[in-house]
Design a protein around this ligand. Structure first.
Ligand SMILES: [Zn+2]
Length: 216
């Protein structure tokens, strides 16, 4: 089971990746985690990445790709993995394909969690974070015991700028622009599976398990 999860912010990609990797005991490969780990462990790639992060610049595509390849080389690719947040563009997708083909372990499926803008706004705009200890809450799904106050340290909860409706709309627009080609790329390869990200996470998981079993 070698899967890629695609979907806009708020589609539930991270949640599904976590559920699937737990259920099937597979590595969950998220580029954000890989980057943080490499920087923390001061690996050669981590140090290179840090030089960009320190300057406030984006870590270049090929560096991220190399991090992913590094990780894949160190796991049992026969058993499988879930890629979350990678690839982000065609150039990364092509490098990944070359690498996996050379190892005779191609991607089986690319799961695209197609999600309505309204659902995304509802999910993301409800997020609150503690300004002191950074604990996460959600006004509907994980409400604090006392409104606006952190359960753990009693500090005030705030809404990140990223989670304000207008910013969310922009994030979705940028995501869609950037991902259109990628979806087309995998669709042409006949490995794209679209699932509604509007559904509850247990329903999405059930659909994915069914897809795994029946291929539909
Ligand atoms: Zn707190």
């Amino acid at each position: 089971m070698r899967w890629i999860l695609l979907g806009p912010p708020g589609a539930g990609k991270g949640t599904q990746a976590a559920l699937l990797t737990k259920k099937f005991n597979l590595p969950h490969i998220a580029t954000g985690d890989l980057l943080r780990q490499a920087v923390r462990e001061q690996t050669p790639l981590g140090l290179e990445a840090k030089s960009y992060i320190d300057k406030g610049e984006l870590v270049p595509d090929n560096l991220v790709t190399n991090l992913v390849k590094d990780k894949l080389s160190n796991i049992d690719m026969e058993k499988g993995f879930i890629l979350d947040g990678f690839p982000r563009n065609i150039s990364q997708a092509e490098s990944l394909d070359i690498f996996l083909d050379n190892n005779h372990k191609p991607i089986d499926a690319v799961i695209y969690l197609a999600t309505e803008e309204q659902t995304i706004i509802q999910r993301l705009s409800g997020r609150r974070v503690c300004q002191s200890c950074e604990a996460n809450f959600h006004i509907k799904n994980v409400p604090p015991k006392k409104e606006g106050i952190c359960d753990y340290c009693g500090a005030k909860l705030i809404q990140r700028d990223d989670d304000k409706p207008q910013t969310i709309k922009n994030r979705i627009k940028i995501y869609n622009q950037k991902t259109k080609d990628l979806i087309e790329y995998y669709n042409k390869k006949n490995i794209l599976k679209q699932v509604s990200g509007d559904l509850e996470s247990d329903k999405v998981l059930a659909l994915l398990q069914n897809f795994l079993k029946t291929g539909r």
